[in-house]
Design a protein around this ligand. Structure first.
Ligand code: EPZ
Length: 416
């Protein structure tokens, strides 16, 4: 089993450009099915989840090809509306194809999606939104069949689900009339999806607020779209430099998209400067505990940055309380961090992280995408070498975490 070997004790120094946002490109690639033309996605990160998505696109009859950093999707011919289980189960975001294929073909057939094991990940809000638009949804033996002529309606989400908001946006583009999505998610990736849809000729407004309005039934076409930077990857590298010490500058990222993370890092004693499209962090590596960190929907503290911030604070002076409100099982990285000498107590949604004098290298395993990144962040500040196994989890969201960290001066390598 290949692993990432991390040699701790070195500060991170340097600068790099952050990859395109995973949680933007996945719904955007699903939406490209609706364009009926050729879409160029600029700065597309090379992730295993992107590979899975292009496999789904090709299965549906689209053509995909890379041109340097750009991924091109030709959705002129969509010949199918069914996505096989082995593709659906590889990641959560495959569920977004439901709205896209329904919008394009008038019917869709998928199985339940897979993805990181973070606890139950129902899709009831997705299905309820599609039913509100007039789709007949039949669930039998793990297979979802949706069909129907969609008509605009008012969709009220009981919670601001990112995926359900995205599915509703895509299905609404294929629904005759006006759709209003209330209590919509406000993440920057939703704004990026809106920008993509408008480049394809759709009429979508309000992304970034709790109410999104779609005038459906517009003819769509191909487009050329540049992705926003990945705020969680940026948060990962900032947290890594915070814990290990150093002076880094990340380009290609909008500071406003990670303001709750930079605020927490400043509270811990880091010096942070935000400029036009870059963020700079300086840290001595000697941090202090911060006020309780409660994860919640954007613009609150992102659940995806919980694990990496926890890693940054493992040697901080004092105790920091984390409250994970978004998922039921998002502390699976804690047991692995304890193997490195971390002092973390968990009780349900609460984790208490008490700083220790020293962390030591260990053999650990990634439990999920962001938990795996946290193990690397912890390894950068540990004495000795940490070997992180099950790297497939990490490759789902980080195009080149080893190369990126080496560019920042870290001693990290891949071992077979
Ligand atoms: C997206 O997942 C992200 N994934 C996740 O990032 C992120 O953690 C999450 O949003 C929250 O910000 C992608 O964008 C591909 P949700 P999603 O629907 O859409 C409950 C990463 O590390 N819920 O906003 O699945 C759900 O159980 C990944 O990059 C329902 O109850 O998240 C959860 O408790 C991990 N019913 C909460 O809502 C539904 O129908 C938020 O989920 C849908 C969701």
């Amino acid at each position: 089993m290949s692993c990432f070997a991390v040699e701790g004790g070195r500060p991170l120094v340097g600068e790099l450009t952050v990859q395109g946002a995973k949680n933007s490109v996945l719904p955007i690639l699903a939406a490209s099915v609706m364009s009926g033309g050729v879409c160029r996605i600029r700065g597309c990160p090379r992730l295993s989840d992107v590979d899975t998505t292009t496999e789904i696109l090709r299965h549906l009859g689209c053509e995909t090809r890379w041109e340097g950093e750009d991924l091109l999707v030709d959705a002129t011919c969509v010949t199918g509306c069914q996505i096989p289980e082995h593709l659906m189960r590889r990641m959560r975001s495959s569920v977004i194809f439901l709205g896209a294929v329904l919008s394009r073909c008038g019917r869709a057939e998928i199985s339940y999606p897979g993805g990181c094991e973070l606890g139950p990940r129902p899709i009831d809000l997705h299905l309820s939104a599609l039913r509100t638009l007039g789709a007949a949804v039949c669930e039998r033996c793990g297979v979802l069949r949706c069909a129907g002529k969609l008509r605009g309606a008012e969709i009220v989400l009981s919670l601001p689900s990112v995926g359900a908001t995205e599915n509703a946006m895509l299905a609404a583009c294929g629904a005759e009339g006006t759709t209003m999505i209330c209590n919509a998610a406000r993440e920057p990736e939703i704004c990026d999806l809106q920008a993509f849809l408008r480049s394809c000729g759709a009429s979508v407004h309000g992304a970034g607020s709790s109410t999104i309005v779609v005038e459906g039934g517009k003819p769509l076409h191909g487009c050329d779209h540049g992705l926003i930077g990945d705020r969680i990857v940026a948060s990962t590298y900032l947290a890594s430099a915070a814990g290990a010490g150093g002076d880094i500058c990340l380009r290609g990222i909008d500071c406003r998209h990670l303001s709750t993370v930079t605020t927490a890092l400043m509270q811990s004693g880091c010096e942070i400067r935000c400029e036009e499209d870059c963020v700079r962090l300086r840290s001595t590596g000697k941090l202090r505990a911060i006020a309780p960190v409660r994860t919640c929907p954007y613009p609150g503290f992102p659940t995806d940055a919980q694990a990496v911030l926890m890693a940054a604070l493992l040697r901080a002076e004092g105790t920091t309380m984390f409250v994970e409100n978004m998922f039921d099982s998002r502390y699976r990285h804690v047991a692995e961090l304890r193997r490195m000498g971390a002092d973390i107590r968990t009780e349900g949604r609460v984790a208490l992280v008490s700083g220790v004098q020293e962390l030591h290298g260990a053999q650990v395993c990634a439990t999920d995408l962001r938990g795996g990144a946290a193990l690397i962040a912890a390894g950068l500040q540990a004495r000795g070498i940490t070997r992180v196994g099950k790297t497939a989890h990490i490759r789902r969201g980080y195009a080149d975490i080893v190369g990126d960290l080496r560019r920042l001066g870290a001693e990290v390598r891949e071992e077979p």
